[in-house]
Structure formats: C-alpha cells, structure tokens
Design a protein around this ligand. Structure first.
Ligand code: ADP
Length: 754
C-alpha cells in the first residue's frame, strides 16, 4: 500500500536571482555596472560553500559566506570560460599569468554559470549587456522546477482549462458529427426506455391476461391476436432501432475521429518538421513518435468519445434528478447527497493520477526510444552479436513501463471502488428512507421498485464520472506534450521580409562564433570569403569545428556572434526555402528513403523529367549499375539502401545532387566511407559535380581535396591557416603536420599488408 501514500510536496530550491545575490552582499563589495550574478555551492577544495559570483563591467568577483575570495579584472583576462566537469562545473579566466579558477559548483548551478559566462563574453565582444539565447528555457518560471528535457512547459503548472479549450477548438470542424452522435445516443436511449413499457404491455395485456386468452381460445379473438402480434412486432422494431441508432452513432463517431486523428497528426508532424535541429535534438525520437501516434490518439478519443459522453451523462444525470425531485424531493436529496463528496475525492485523486500518468508516459516514450535505437543500429547489433544485450535493454524498458502501468492501474482499481462506494452511498440512504416509509405504510413496494430503478439510472452516469479524473489526467498529460510541441517557438525563423534570392554563390563568414551549449564556443571568430565557383577544402583534427561550419552555412543553427553572408545577404535575411533549394549536400552516410532508385534520385527535384534523372545518373556514373538491377530505375531500395553498396549509394547521392543543380555544394566526408579504389572513381564524378559551383568540402583523406581552389585549417574552433596546398606545405604548420602524418600512415599500411 506504499504507493497509496500521497507524496509529500518536494521543496524545490529556486536559483537566487541576481538582485537577491546583490542584496545579500555588503555595500561596495564590488565595482562597476552589474552585468549579472549567480550562485555556486563548492569551494575550490570541493567542500560545500555558500558562494556567489558578481560579474560587472569592471571584473568578476567571487564571494563565499558574503566575504570576497577571488576577483579578476576584465582588463587582466584574455578570456573567461565555462568548463563542464564530471558532476560539477567551473568558471575560469585565462589571464596573463595563466589560468585562474574563479569558482566551482555542482551541476545545480551549471546553467546559470554557463549563462553568466556567455553573457560576459557577449558583453566583451559587442559592448552590449544582453540576455543569452534560451537562458530561461529549462526551468518552469512558476514553480522553479527543472523542466523535462526537451520540454518548454511544466506538466504541473500547465493551465488545464485553457489547454482543454484549445483542444476543443481543434474538434470544431467535426462538431456536426459529434452533435449527431449525441442526438443518436439519446434517440437510442429513448427507444430503449420504451422497451420495458412495451414488455409490460405484452405481459399484462396478452400473456398474463385471462380475458385476452379466452377471447383468442373462443375463436373471436382475431382483433386481440392482431394486437398481440403487433406488440411483438413493435418490440422487434424497438430492438432493431436500438441497434440501428447504436450503429449510426458509431459511424458518426468514426467519421469525426478518423478525420480528427489525421488533422492532429498532420498538425504535430508539420510543427516537428519545422523545428530546428537544435530543438529537435533536445527530444528523443521515441518521445516524438509517441506524441505523433499515442498522444494524438488520446486527444482524438477525448474529443470524439469523452466529451460527447460527458454531455450525455451530465444530461442524463440532470434529467433523472429532475424526475426524482418532482416525485419525492427528500428522496432526491438523499440520492444526490454523496455526489459533492465524490467530486471532492475525484479532484484530490486527479492530481495524483496526473503525476502517475506523466511517469507512465515517460516510461512509454523511453521504451519507444530504445526500440528505435536498436532498429536503427540493427546491423551493428548483428555484427557484434549483441542481440541478447539489446533484448535485455528493451526488456528492462518494457518491464519498467509495465510495472508503472500496473502500479497505476492498481492505484486506480483501489481508489475506484472507494469512489464508486461514496457515490453509491445514496442507494443505502434510499433503502433506509424507503424501508421506514414502507413500514409506516406511506409507500408501496411498487413505488420503492420504481425509485430504485430511477436511482439505478442515476448511478450509471455517476459511475462514469468516477472514471473522469483518470481520463482527464491521461488527456492532460497528452495535451501538455502536444501543445509543448505546437507552441515551440521557432528558433531559426524566416525574417519577416525574408528574401528569395537567385544565389550566385559568393559566401562570406564574417567573424563567426558559435556554441551548441551555453558558454562553450566551438567556432571562434571565423572569417572567410569564397568567390562563386571556388572550392574550399576544410581541414582540421576531429572536433575542430568543420561540420559545425557546414551546419551554420546550411542555417541549421544561427551563429552566436558575427554573420554569414551569401552574395552579400545575411543568411538570416534569406528565406530558408530559397537558401536550401540552392544548396546541395553529399554526406558520408547517404540516407536513401524507402522507394525506387528513381524516386531517390528525384528526391530533391520532384518535377524532374525521366530523361533528366537518367542524365544525372549517367553523369554520376550510376546508370550502369542501375540498369543491371532487377527492375532498373524502378527497383525498390530496402530501408537505408541495404541492397546497394557504399559506392553505389554514394553515386545515387551524387546523381541526386547533380539533378538538384545547386549553386552551393557541400561535401561532408562524402567519400571517406569508401575504399581507395572506389573513392578514386568517385573523385572524378565529384570533380564534374563541383564544376561551376561554390563548394565546401570536408575530407579526412587530404589527397581528395586536390581540386580545391584553397584550403582552410581549423584548430579548436579557430581558423588558423589558409591557402593552397603548396602554400600551406611551405608554411610548415598544422596542415603540413597532418599531411606528413597521413603520408606516414599510407607508407605503414601497405608495408603491414605485405
Ligand atoms: P569536426 O567536424 O571538425 O569533427 P564538429 O564540428 O562536429 O567537429 O564538432 C566541434 C565540437 O562541437 C566538438 O567538440 C563536438 O563535440 C561539438 N558538437 C558537435 N555537434 C554537437 C551538438 N549537436 N551538440 C553539442 N556539441 C556538439
């Protein structure tokens, strides 16, 4: 019964606001205009501390227990940095005398610390004291609780009434069918009420009626017999119409639900598709899939079934109550008395249910994510024979989900009888009252039976209402998830007057800085100018920021500082459609969609003619192997192109890019998954692809960049070298080192093979 105990409210420690921190410090403890302030909870030896950092336009000041412990003037530091550690984080300054740790903290303050550093860096770069992007997105502004990863709204604080109002609006296009279904319900109900009456007529009028029987047996009962037959026929007709009304009602519900579920899925899916990569990567694919499939189904059920039920049951409740009230008001009162009590219990358990279903939802989406993960990597699973391990992983996830669901259902099934009993207390009161009345001779047995059957009619809707808290909790959980996606603000929006530009292909990176996480820049002040038709090779060690540059160029993310311009127009002023329609990519891992080879080539150019597709395939060197496939261009490629080799997949990707005919081309390790021979073949095709296009190419094997007009070298996010291969070799810097290392490797590899 442990789970029946209602959880005590957790005390959530809210982060101190900068104003609270400043108020707790003595006057004159620091100098300069305030930029921001944050708390920290560890001293430099790792012991607990009550610390705070104040960042001003003069410097950074750390205090512990209100006393100053360290400070670094802005003029003394080259850079301030945020460092994530294992289970902790720290703020450091790079000073002329070496690095200085300003403060350390547990992860509780990681976000505010990173935000503070980011804000300080921005201030130093731009002279402006502005909030960093997405600062307050991970904590509920109302209750201060951490939001679930990827969510922007809090399940606990969501305004349920407004959510329900909004979702009902989604059902408006189907209101006709919903109203029809309610009318048909009452029509069916009215017909079923007639049943007992006709039944009584049949028994009392013909079967259990001596006079009727003798008139039929005496041979003069033709009229009576016809009456009897008619009554039987009426009964049959009533039965048939009950079924008919029920079927028609089901059909109208189906009409509404089938339309609505498609609308809802379309709405959520469209929004997900519009989300930026940054927003998407905060959610798991399991969560997204669950919202598109499960949550939309919950909402559809709520609108098409629960809401009509609520109307029906409420109307029934009111109607029967009125009837009983008219017959005997005291009795009605006795029957109704427990209803408010049941209502209060229902509201109390409702919030418990909400928490329970949120937990169940998360367990469900986690098992979905595990499944998706395993299926996506099924080849690795098979290759390493880790089926048993994955089986155990999935098993763990579904057992956890089952356990939570069982616990939830147990709680519900323990609370449900109590709730039902409370509501049915009226029957006991009714029996008590009517019992006394019979004994005193004030009521007949027939009247008691009538009242009991009325009370029975009343408890149908009341019983349904006991399930209302659970149903509402489930719905609210799904509603919060759905509207969390629908309300997600676009972080890479098109500018209001976004321009559609026919791109020539001049690209300029102007002092571009960018970090995926607050305070950690992975690109630092990168500047670069590429003329139309030039090919630039991006070189650097793994993690140097090469793919990040490409991500920014494709505007999957916006730079944190500086700007990227195409033909002199800032990317943020270009419409994303215009930008991406003139950009082509060939990546290391080519994703081929389920469909024919033809569809895969024409993927980015759906209007292309068959001739154009074949010409592109020929130019990409793909035509020869395609015509040898079972159905040629109409061969259906298995998921992720399993039926094609790496080289063939890459050729399909090149044909796709050629057909798309982009002005700017991105080759991100396009040939690195291929063997040297295939790579050599594909290089020639790539050379054809890059002709007359501005090309950005990242390649691990530096020899593949021989066609590049010039090369740039990135190191820890900074552009450190640029020039042609010969110039960079002469410089003897990082590029020279990388080339020499690769030459060494290629000498060792054949030697080893021998
Ligand atoms: P490269 O392409 O040169 O190997 P990347 O541009 O992929 O390097 O990565 C640069 C840095 O950014 C690395 O430290 C990497 O861990 C980090 N990084 C890359 N993608 C993300 C992401 N989506 N979220 C957080 N950090 C990322």
């Amino acid at each position: 019964m442990k789970f029946l105990k209602f959880r005590k409210k957790k005390t959530v420690r809210k982060a101190k606001k900068p104003s609270q921190i400043i108020a707790s410090l003595p006057d004159g403890a620091f100098s300069g205009e305030l930029i921001t302030a944050f708390s920290y909870d560890l001293d430099l030896d790792g012991a607990t501390a009550d610390g705070s950092v104040v960042i001003t336009e003069d410097g950074v000041f750390a205090f512990e227990g209100g006393s100053p412990v360290r400070s670094v003037l802005l003029s003394d530091a080259d850079e301030f940095e945020y460092h994530p550690l294992v289970g902790a984080c720290e703020m450091c300054a790079e000073t002329k005398d070496g690095p200085v740790v300003i403060c350390r903290s547990s992860c509780t303050n990681a976000e505010t610390m990173a935000k503070g550093v980011r804000r300080l860096t921005r201030f130093r770069e731009t002279g402006k004291n502005v909030e960093a992007d997405g600062d307050s997105s991970r904590v509920c502004p109302k209750c201060g609780r951490r939001l679930r990863p990827g969510m922007t709204s809090c399940i606990k604080c969501a305004n349920r009434a407004s959510l329900v109002k909004r979702v009902l609006k989604l059902g408006l296009p189907y209101k006709k069918w919903i109203i029809i279904s309610v009318i048909l319900f009452f029509a069916g109900f009215a017909v079923s009420l007639l049943g007992p009456y006709v039944n009584r007529l049949l028994v009392d009028g013909y079967i259990d009626n001596e006079a009727a029987r003798s008139s039929v047996l005496g041979g003069d009962g033709g009229a009576v017999f016809r009456g009897f037959l008619l009554t039987v026929l009426l009964m049959a007709a009533l039965g048939l119409s009950t079924y008919l009304f029920r079927s028609l009602r089901n059909l109208s519900v189906m009409e509404a639900s089938c339309g609505l579920i498609v609308d809802l899925r379309r709405l959520v899916f469209d929004k997900i598709e519009k989300m930026s990569v940054k927003t998407l990567s905060r959610r798991t694919s399991g969560e997204l899939m669950r919202t598109v499939t499960w949550d939309t189904a919950q909402i559809e059920r709520f609108i098409t079934t629960d809401v009509p039920n609520l109307i029906q049951q409420t109307l029934l409740l009111v109607a029967v109550t009125v009837i009983i009230c008219l017959k005997d008001p005291i009795l009605a009162l006795l029957i109704i008395v427990p209803v408010p009590l049941g209502f209060i219990v229902g509201v109390k358990v409702g919030s418990k249910f909400r928490r329970m279903y949120d937990k169940q939802w998360r367990a469900g989406s986690f098992s979905g994510s595990v499944l998706h993960d395993i299926f996506s990597g099924i080849r690795v699973v098979k290759a390493y024979r880790t089926e048993k391990k994955e089986e155990a992983r999935y098993d763990d996830a579904i057992v956890k989900e089952r356990d939570i669901e069982m616990k939830n259902e147990t709680v519900f099934n323990l609370i449900d009888p109590i709730l039902s009993f409370v509501l049915n207390l009226g029957t006991v009161l009714l029996l008590l009252y009517s019992g006394f009345k019979i004994i005193s001779g004030a009521m007949t047995l027939g009247e008691v039976m009538m009242y009991t059957s009325y009370a029975g009619l009343l408890y149908g809707p009341l019983g349904w209402m006991t399930r209302l808290p659970r149903m509402l909790s489930r719905t609210i959980t799904s509603l919060v998830k759905i509207f969390d996606i629908i309300d997600e603000t676009e972080d890479i929006p098109d500018a209001e007057a976004a321009r559609e530009v026919a791109v020539r292909g001049e690209v300029e990176f102007d002092n571009v800085s960018f970090g995926y996480d607050e305070g950690i820049d992975v690109l630092k002040g990168v500047s670069l100018k590429v003329k139309p038709g030039e090919m630039v090779g991006i070189v650097g060690k793994s993690g140097a920021g090469k793919s990040t540059m490409i991500n920014l160029l494709m505007r999957l993310y916006d730079p944190g500082g500086g700007s990227i311009r195409i033909d002199g127009v800032d990317l943020r002023d270009l419409s994303q459609h215009s930008l991406r329609s003139q950009m082509g990519v060939v990546l290391q891992e080519t994703f081929l969609f389920h469909g024919t080879v033809y569809d895969n080539i024409a993927y980015a150019s759906p209007g292309a003619s068959r001739e154009a597709v074949i010409t592109a395939a020929k130019a990409a060197g793909a035509h020869k192997f395609i015509v040898k496939l079972t159905d040629g261009y109409d061969t259906v490629i298995g998921e992720r192109g399993h039926t094609l080799s790496g080289g063939e997949r890459q050729r399909v990707a090149i044909a796709r890019a050629l057909l798309h005919d982009p002005k700017i081309l991105i080759l991100d390790e396009a040939t690195s998954s291929l063997d040297t021979e295939t790579e050599h073949d594909i290089q020639e095709t790539l050379a054809r692809l890059t002709e007359d296009r501005t090309t950005f190419a990242i390649a691990h094997r530096l020899s593949t960049l021989r066609n590049a007009t010039f090369l740039i070298v990135l190191d820890k996010g900074k552009l450190v070298e640029s020039g042609t291969h010969e110039e960079l070799m002469r410089q003897g810097g990082i590029y020279h080192g990388l080339v020499m290392a690769q030459r060494q490797m290629s000498r060792i590899a054949p030697a080893k093979q021998n």
